[in-house]
Design a protein around this ligand. Sequence first.
Ligand code: ATP
Ligand code: MG
Length: 221
Amino acid sequence: MPALTLTNVSYKYKNAQRDAISDISCVFEEGNVYAIVGPSGSGKSTLLSLLAGLDLPTKGEVAFDGDSLAGLNLDRYRRESISMIFQAFHLFPLMTVMENVCFPMELCGVSPKDARPRAETLLEGVGITKEQMGRFPAKLSGGERQRVAIARSLASNARIILGDEPTGNLDGANTQNIIDILCSLAHEKGYCVIIVTHDMEVAEAADMALKMRDGVLHVVG
Ligand SMILES: Nc1ncnc2c1ncn2[C@@H]1O[C@H](COP(=O)(O)OP(=O)(O)OP(=O)(O)O)[C@@H](O)[C@H]1O
Ligand SMILES: [Mg+2]
């Protein structure tokens, strides 16, 4: 099943000379992991922000389950259908690690009693200890913060996971662990996972690698 369908999508930032995204048509299916590679400035993060409904294309259409995002309530789409792992982690500094992961679940109506054990399982899955769960994000290493951000993004029931360099700060073993988690969500539970990455290990593990160049998306290989 197509999760996201792009039809002749272009995007131009205000005051920009040219399109950051230029006439992209493609389909992202459920059950697959997609890796998007490409040089800095080629439009990768811009593409993710259009998929996430943070902005609408200046031309063309992005559709979710066949419905154009232009006609959807985008706040609701972002909250219920999309999990986003950002290039910067955007953890809440005044909440503990545990609270950071529980918070989005509670926003979606999960009771604190149910949120905590689920958060604990997710955090353990990315190698965060019980002791670290009580700390504030500032008291973690960069890679630990990144793993908390990944656990938090998995806490919602959204079936589309968008990652902007989600393994950028991780060593080989932790990168492999995140790849395994994302692949099993796609292959066993039917999530659609789309990750921007410079990491060849991640690109090779994906079901399909796409290359962005000058705002245009090409299938690799
Ligand atoms: N807010 C903005 N206003 C104007 N131009 C922007 C804005 N954000 C990005 N751009 C431009 O759009 C183009 C694509 O940027 P984008 O952030 O999508 O690149 P990227 O492929 O994610 O790069 P990187 O690998 O460095 O993260 C670049 O030329 C960039 O300068
Ligand atoms: Mg980027």
